[in-house]
Ligand binder design. Sequence first.
Ligand code: BG6
Length: 506
Amino acid sequence: MEATDSADHGARDTTEAAKTATDGAATAAGAGGQFDFIVVSNRLPVDRCSPEDTGCEDGWRRSPGGLVTALAPMMTKTDGAWVGWHGAPDETVKPFSHGGIDLVPVHLSTADIELFYEGFSNATLWPLYHDVIAPPEFHRTWWDSYRKVNRRFADAVVHHAAEGATVWVQDYQLQLVPKMLREARPDLKIGFFNHIPFPPPEIFAQLPWRRAIIDGLLGADLVGFQRSSDAGNFMRSARRFLGASVKQQQVHVKGNDGDTTHIARAQAFPISIDVKQISELARKPEVIERARQIRRDLGNPKTILLGVDRLDYTKGIRHRLKAYEELLADGKVTVQDATLIQVASPSRERVEQYRLLREEVEGTVGHINGTYDTMESTAVRYLHHSYPIEEMVALYLAADVMLVTALRDGMNLVAKEYVTARTNNDGALVLSEFAGAADQLKQALLMNPHDIDGLKDTIMKAVNMQPAEASRRMRAMRKQILDHDVDLWSSDFLAALAEKVVRDDS
Ligand SMILES: O=P(O)(O)OC[C@H]1O[C@@H](O)[C@H](O)[C@@H](O)[C@@H]1O
């Protein structure tokens, strides 16, 4: 399987001609390429690396995450390709193949990153879709860039998709792509999956371009969401802002004459993780030994609590730290007995709200540690890093209590990874009811992170949980995840996308 025009795989060329070859050549409707299955996402599933890094091949390494693992077999079985940004601004990279997957890089300039990615995607849509935890900003220049960049992604697909191909568009950065594809290539089967929450119409209403976004999504044959409440929110917005008629899971899109021109379905498909990978790592002697070493390095406290998040204001890190500080102040936990490890991986560092959050979190951690640390013991071990999956699994094995206190989260895969890693059926998961994972992990200790007293009580319940109860809960959660891994998620979605739609007029 080779990319269409990838004679020199991975070659970089910053000339305008090369840029046109990848993202500008496909504006003509009906142009066709060779790929029967195309995944489109803002980021390609590879990162730049140097030769000494493990897994580095021709300067690229597969990025972690279940999505690529789930889709890789499908990519190789069909003639598949992945369209996305390769992560470097102002750099044009020709289509290339990596780890058996054909990749079609989309060019983003420094201005695109500022306006489309940091601006509209992550300072307008992200906060708007996460319950306006941070105030969304609305700027017309950002919107213009969002449209322009969505068009560029759509053009790349139009150029590379074979007649009748299936195209699966991923996430909030690309919500206009389905409609653009439908207009240019009515022969395509178009799916869309929203990895983050979809807000209720009362909040979505704030968006000046709300109609265009709904219209963009309705270009898909199937729009997938994490929770059925997200699908419901979307359908209510389609009815309210576009006057679409909604029958069960079908949205009937009307033309100017009032006739239905197209039916889009909206449904929940909760995403999961690569269960096999996490379970295998959790059984590896060197990972188990690394977990023991982590405990030893922390002075073998009775309880290790763990938080693992991108440093994002949606994750409730401040609420978690507040609760933990109060537990230390109340004497319910002591630094001799317990340590909280907080991994906060760097994220969107040029976006103002993220900068402010980092200052606040680091100030709070400094304050807590300054107050409670001793020479031997620390209250919070804060790590502003990303770690390879092996180290993450060792951390999951080392932790007695996992804290997932998101204020709003599409799914939260960390919760699922923790449960999967606990092959001995021990450990306790404290889980926010505002994370999508709460729909599946009903035996977790569910709580509302805004309720600090409730959060403190739940943390203490987790710390003091009897082994029999911990095991009963963990077994049930593990069964749920083991029966629903990410392969099932992608195959369910693609099977539903392939279904012939029977019009529901009830
Ligand atoms: O791509 P970013 O901005 O670094 O964020 C990481 C990921 O965050 C996730 O939660 C989004 O759903 C993804 O689309 C995104 O890729």
